[in-house]
Design a protein around this ligand. Structure first.
Ligand SMILES: [Zn+2]
Length: 346
């Protein structure tokens, strides 16, 4: 994606308008709101959504978004407009600051490579904290070259801020990346870290707690598609799993055509990636959990993929298993291949 020219004098006002239009196309208002954890329900069959207003306190939803027009309006506080207006209001930024903020969201060039440095630091920490390697082993991950290849590291917590500050990163810059919180504490503490790459660049970090904390965590600026997509996109048969440990044990067992959305629900961008090649077949291996959430998610995904012309299969694992636990329980590559053969097309 090219850089936007806003702020430069090249091309004059028309070019600026063109850039703004492009900016809004690349980040639709609804996507931005959903990413910021706005919850909404669809109104009728139109591309209209309603939810609680993020701009004022209310208990009854009066904030409407028209996804087709890319506009919002709140009947409670009477404010409305486009994405830029929304960010100006919600983050109290000037127009210029908003545009800069948006460019960062869309095209976070990350010039000093702060995420790369963070990952390198966490990789070193992995070897200094036996509890982290022990945790990886407990999850069935023991191949050092695969751990290296996936860039897995460990965040003990409490030392990243100091490390990056010593390399010249400002407090504001680190806060902006989400690596530290407003009190200056490291965002990741006692977590195994997986870097999420897109086009070779790290765009986010996933941290799996090895302690009692909430298990899954991504950096708040959360962006990125399917995990390790570049490595698998050339396969015509793709295995889709929920979690990074599922992916890691499958890669370890030789199933290098495995990718993962980190969760059972695909973003529109992830869905597009998966369905971009006609003739591809996708094998969905989500968790066989008791409350059936995984099964429901696999069925609805398989249905959507089939509608997009992709041959979709749901892979049955023995009851109560996800790919990670299945391999931990002693399954071999041959056992898993057997499950793949049992998969029924949708
Ligand atoms: Zn409002």
């Amino acid at each position: 994606m090219g850089r936007f020219l806003i702020g430069s004098t090249v091309g004059g006002i028309d070019a600026v308008n063109q850039d703004l239009k492009q900016l809004k196309q690349h980040l639709p208002l609804l996507d931005y709101l959903l990413r910021s954890h706005w919850t909404a329900r669809r109104v009728g069959v139109q591309s209209e959504f309603v939810g609680l207003c993020p701009l004022h306190a209310e208990t009854h939803p009066s904030f409407y978004v028209n996804a087709r027009k890319n506009l919002f309006y709140c009947h409670g506080c009477g404010r409305g407009g486009d994405l830029i207006r929304f960010i100006q209001l919600s983050q109290r930024l000037s127009f210029r600051q908003t545009v800069a903020y948006l460019q960062q969201q869309i095209d976070p060039a990350d010039p000093p490579g702060v995420l790369e440095k963070t990952v390198a630091f966490y990789q070193l920490q992995l070897h200094r904290h036996p509890q982290a390697t022990r945790y990886l082993q407990q999850r069935g991950l023991h191949d050092p070259s695969l751990i290296e290849e996936l860039g897995i590291g460990y965040a003990p917590g409490g030392n990243l801020h100091r490390h990056l500050a010593a390399q010249g990163y400002s407090f504001d810059r680190l806060l902006e990346t989400g690596l530290i919180d407003p009190r200056g504490h490291d965002a990741f503490c006692r977590r195994v870290i997986f870097p999420c790459r897109q086009h070779g660049r790290i765009v986010n970090l996933y941290g799996r707690s090895i302690g009692a904390a909430f298990p899954h965590r991504l950096l708040p600026r959360s962006k990125g598609g399917l995990f390790a997509w570049e490595a698998v996109s050339h396969f015509s048969m793709i295995i889709l799993v929920e979690g990074l440990f599922d992916l890691a044990v499958l890669w370890q067992a030789g199933f290098r055509n495995t990718t993962c959305p980190i969760g059972a629900h695909l973003t529109p961008a992830q869905f597009d990636q998966l369905s971009d090649q006609p003739g591809r077949s996708v094998y969905v291996v989500f968790d066989q959990d008791e409350n059936q959430a995984g099964q429901r998610a696999s069925h609805s995904l398989a249905h959507r993929l089939a509608s997009a012309g992709i041959s979709a299969h749901i892979v049955p694992l023995p009851a109560g298993h996800d790919p990670n636990s299945y391999f931990l329980a002693g399954a071999t590559a041959a056992d898993f291949t057997h499950c793949l053969r049992q998969a029924r097309p949708r």
